[in-house]
Design a protein around this ligand. Structure first.
Ligand code: SF4
Ligand code: SF4
Length: 429
């Protein structure tokens, strides 16, 4: 079944830059000699290691246990020996604990038993056990999301993949369609809902056609406009429900999950496979051989880029998409559960101009999908008035989509201002 989506006002039209990798089937990246698995790769408390240096581990074995209700289990992506527990800086500059595992190349497995009775309780418990988190970027523990405090009636699957360059969700929808569909139905059972929407941008007509043939899924072709895949906009596009400021999707009866998360649910339920690897896109003008790769958690960007070939004219490496991702300063950073892309961009692809004073043109406000005044948030933050950024600029409603910075002719660092203001407000709290 297919319906027409509701329109996203504001946002920006972007060149999708997906041609380099969209037709390339997913390849399996051989695991490196050693992986460094981060204990803090989800929203919430870091997981607590349950292994020590010298321990032998199998692929899929629990190496760190969720610590508290908002946390997630972590599993070894290879078999081998734990070499060290060490503290490192991650791609955002925060320090976190890592479990370093030497790969013995044997791939001895220790998966969970498959779930035989697919009841709501069994699926929920498997989602928690398998350490599944939102793979669309937020890395929020999925178990928490599928056990909302308020009753919900609708599951929305995010197949928009609106960030330029990224094609990993697209490949998953094409190559693992049947399995993905089963994962989506398990998520619906876990939530106890019957209404399922799948939102897909119109630049993926083959995926739209497949989902439209399903009786129990309402397919919503989405306008190609960034950030179409943001939760609040996707909910509006599919259901016309508006999530009020400061509220959650569950407050309007909806839960949103990414397609890759649904596929991870299928693997956990039917194969007993916990979440220790994922498909990501390696692309950008400075990558010789763009690819969609299945990558073990904890693999360094240097290893990935070495396998795909890095051109000398690389000016920036980005973890994630170009709009919401972060530039990395060190190629020794490693992939996490939510790493959807490794982009190596040339100077031509990035805008290296330095910021100049705001000229009050208003373009950022016209682009903002959250109807904020981004120039005000930037102004208050630059003047270290973080409460002003919150009370008059509405910074806590910002989804950090980057549309404002993209259109700003003065190249104001608005997203950095947003992140600084949010961090300072957390400190003040
Ligand atoms: S202020 Fe926030 S939500 Fe608005 S365009 Fe900028 S980054 Fe996006
Ligand atoms: S787009 Fe840039 S220059 Fe224009 S009002 Fe916004 S911050 Fe100022």
């Amino acid at each position: 079944m297919q319906i027409k989506g509701n329109l996203l006002r504001h946002g920006v039209a972007l060149a999708d830059k997906k041609t380099a990798s969209r037709d390339l089937p997913v390849e399996v990246l051989p695991a490196p000699d050693a992986v460094a698995v981060c204990m803090s790769q989800h929203i919430g408390k870091p997981a607590q290691p349950v292994v020590q240096p010298g321990d032998a581990v199998a692929q899929g074995q629990l190496i760190a246990r969720a610590d508290g209700p908002v946390s997630a289990n972590i599993f070894s992506p290879v078999s081998g020996t734990v070499k060290a527990l060490e503290t490192r800086r991650d791609d955002r500059g925060a320090s976190a604990q890592y479990v370093v595992i030497e790969n013995d190349g044997q791939y001895t497995r220790a998966f969970l038993p498959p779930v035989t009775e697919k009841t709501k309780e069994n699926i929920l418990s498997r989602i928690r056990e398998a350490g599944i988190v939102g793979l669309g970027g937020a890395a929020f523990p999925t178990y928490v999301k599928v056990t909302p405090k308020t009753p919900v009636d609708t599951l929305i699957i995010n197949g928009a993949e609106c960030e330029p360059y990224l094609t990993c969700d697209y490949r998953l929808m094409l190559e693992k369609y049947a399995e993905l569909l089963r994962g989506i139905r398990y998520l619906a059972t876990a939530l106890g809902v019957e209404k399922i929407y799948v939102g897909i941008e119109k630049n993926k007509p083959d995926c739209i056609e497949r989902f439209s043939a399903e009786e129990d899924v309402i397919t919503v072709p989405l306008r190609e406009r960034y950030p179409m895949g943001s939760e609040k906009h996707l909910i509006y596009s599919c259901t016309k429900r508006k999530v009020p400021c400061g509220k959650l999707p569950a407050d309007v009866g909806c839960v949103v999950q990414n397609v890759a998360t649904a596929y991870a649910v299928y693997e956990a339920v039917e194969l007993g496979k916990p979440l220790f690897e994922r498909v990501l896109t390696v692309s950008g003008g400075a990558v010789k051989d763009p690819k969609n790769l299945l990558v073990p958690n904890g693999t360094s960007f240097a290893y990935i880029l070495d396998r795909c070939g890095l051109e000398e004219n690389c000016a920036m490496v980005v973890d994630g998409g170009p709009m919401m991702g972060v530039a990395v300063s060190d190629l020794n950073v490693v992939t996490k559960k939510a790493t959807s892309g490794v982009l190596a961009l040339t100077r031509k692809e990035i805008d290296g101009r330095l910021p100049t004073p705001c000229i009050s043109c208003g373009r950022c406000a016209r682009a903002c999908p959250m109807h904020l005044m981004p120039m005000d948030i930037d102004f208050y933050t630059q003047n270290e008035d973080y409460e002003g950024a919150r009370d008059r600029g509405g910074v806590l409603n910002c989804i950090e989509c980057g549309s404002c910075a993209y259109v700003c002719p003065a190249k104001r660092p608005i997203v950095q201002s947003v992140r600084t203001a949010k961090a300072k407000l957390r400190e003040l709290k």
